[in-house]
Design a protein around this ligand. Structure first.
Ligand SMILES: [Zn+2]
Length: 345
């Protein structure tokens, strides 16, 4: 029994939902089974043994590796190239979470919907879970207040829903890194100063990244960027005084209708000579190509890093390196004056 990806764009929304509820039912049956079989077996951590850490997506795995160093083994749960918004675990993943993982780090805020359905019902798994979005409740609240206060309510903004793409706010990443260090220390107190030092080093790299963004994006003649994909960059846009307009909503599961395409095409056309469209090459570039053909806009790759391909990871791409690449694209596409280049990967 495999709870496969449901990324097939040829499947109708209705069929997709029917499939999804069938999957959830299967998952509930599986959950009950796993609860009976494994609820006894949360493993203790012995001195000298590496912590087994599961991280849901690539940016979280990087934070966990940066903090844990050689005292931890980090496994990225959602495979490279998969869409975390629609991915579901296989039985082998569930068994690993139940029996082997010491710490399970998730973004939360709805990015991993399976976690509520499956992991939330199995007591021993819940106790190992670190939902990073929970450390950012204030940020999420501030985000909602900001939307209310500024009258944001269009579908190119978060529309009152919690936007799970929080790792694209680098200040939030700093807080999350500290939280990961604290969770590792709780399981392995002997590594306290090691985890703390590593966390501070990673936070320093995030601070440099944040400063590069501030400098490069403060001088741009255009402040609106068009994303031919899902609206993953809301936090990043708000952090640097930009505005995101995306063809999709907060997840890539519904294609934009003709009216949305027409609206966005018109907006790109208004931008004048240096028109730009951004897209995530780990998902698809076809809508970006359509927009580019119709408007003459240049296309730029900008990826949130949640679906990074295995080939990129094996080339040594890092989350921070990826964010510098995004900054190059933004800076070029928005006509910013200050060079954006950060440290080479
Ligand atoms: Zn996303």
């Amino acid at each position: 029994m495999v709870f496969g990806k449901s990324k097939d764009k040829g499947v109708s929304r209705k069929e997709h939902l029917a499939f999804k509820s069938a999957s959830i039912l299967q998952v509930r049956v599986l959950t009950a089974f796993l609860f009976v079989v494994f609820s006894c077996c949360s493993l203790p951590v012995f001195a000298g043994e590496r912590l087994k850490v599961v991280a849901s997506i690539f940016p979280v795995a990087e934070m966990a590796r940066a903090v844990g160093g050689d005292r931890v083994d980090v496994r990225q749960l959602i495979p490279p190239g998969s869409d975390p918004h629609s991915w579901e675990p296989k039985i082998s993943d569930m068994v690993w979470l139940e029996k082997k993982a010491d710490l399970i780090i998730l973004i939360g805020a709805g990015l991993e919907p399976w976690a509520e359905e499956v992991v939330g019902q199995v007591k021993d798994v819940r106790s190992k879970m670190l939902e990073l979005a929970k450390v950012s409740d204030d940020l999420l609240k501030a985000d909602k207040d900001q939307q209310k206060g500024h009258g944001h309510g269009h579908d190119d903004h978060a529309s009152g829903h919690n936007d799970p793409h929080i790792w694209l706010d680098f200040k939030w990443d700093m807080a999350a890194t500290l939280r990961i260090a604290r969770a590792m220390t709780a399981l392995d107190p002997g590594g306290a100063s090691f985890y703390e030092k590593n966390a501070q080093n990673y936070i320093e790299a995030l601070k440099k990244l944040d400063i590069s963004y501030q400098k490069a994006l403060s001088s741009c003649p255009r402040k609106t960027f068009v994303v031919a994909g899902h609206a993953a960059f809301g936090y990043l846009a708000r952090a640097y005084g930009l505005r995101q307009v995306a063809l999709y909503g907060l997840s890539p599961d519904a294609s934009p209708g003709p009216r949305k395409m027409a609206e966005v095409t018109e907006l790109v056309e208004k931008e004048g000579a240096a028109k730009a469209v951004f897209f995530d090459d780990t998902v698809t570039g076809s809508l970006a190509k359509t927009l580019s053909r119709e408007t003459g806009a240049r296309t730029f790759v900008m990826t949130p890093g949640e679906s990074l391909k295995r080939s990129d990871i094996s080339k040594g791409t890092t989350f921070i390196g990826l964010m510098y690449r995004n900054l190059d694209a933004l800076s070029d596409g928005l006509g910013c004056k200050t060079p954006s280049r950060g440290p080479a990967e």
